[in-house]
Write a protein that binds this ligand. Structure first.
Ligand code: MN
Length: 204
């Protein structure tokens, strides 16, 4: 397992395959207020690729190409947030996407625990630390602990997707899940425009 760190963009020569797990680290939890600091990617092979985004940066051409490539499925855990953050940072709509949190909510109706830590422990048997979650991601130099934490958020998403997909299939909810994933980029855009959970357009 290796963690590669890049400044501002992915190398143009990097090929990550048909399904790429992606996560982001930001200054906070409001995609309209808090800037994007790090984008983490993994092809499921055990390596992680981290892109540090500079303050004020508005484009990352190689990353944008991957986010918008119709032949590459972007795999997230709570993609709604990451898609909104990257739309705000780079002006691109990420698609097509798959989200392990939505999948979990559609299939694991026996629990309200859908956090990544719980899912990895329950379905993949991996224990990840969440210690660095609230650290300062805007720092110029990331610590080893931050890099390892950032990597751990994408390294196991392929395995998790496989487990969730099998359960969705078994219970006849895979088609519905796929239609929810298709809507995610629009859901993220609504968040940026101010239609958040408090102003749900589907609510009465
Ligand atoms: Mn993360």
């Amino acid at each position: 397992m290796a963690i590669h760190l890049y400044q501002s963009d992915l190398p143009g020569s990097l090929k990550l395959g048909p399904v790429v797990a992606i996560d982001t680290e930001t200054m906070g939890l409001d995609p309209r207020r808090d800037r994007l600091c790090v984008v983490q990617l993994s092809d499921g092979s055990g390596d992680a690729h981290l892109v540090q985004v500079q303050k004020g940066q508005t484009h990352a051409p190689n990353l944008e190409r991957l986010l918008t490539d119709p032949a590459t499925l972007k795999l997230f855990h709570f993609g709604r947030f990451d898609i909104a953050v990257m739309l705000k940072a780079f002006g691109v709509t990420t698609a097509p996407v798959w989200c392990t949190k939505i999948a979990s909510k559609l299939i694991r109706t026996f629990t309200d625990r859908h956090g990544l830590k719980y899912l990895l422990a329950d379905l993949v048997g991996i224990d990840v630390s969440k210690q660095q979650q609230t650290s300062d991601w805007g720092s110029e130099t990331l610590t080893e602990a931050q890099k390892e934490y950032a990597a751990s958020d994408v390294l196991y998403l392929h395995q998790l997707k496989a487990e969730l997909e099998a359960r969705l299939q078994r219970e006849g909810r895979l088609e519905l899940a796929l239609r929810c994933f298709s809507f995610l980029p629009a859901r993220a855009e609504l968040d940026l425009l101010g239609w958040d959970d408090a102003n749900d357009i589907f609510h009465h």
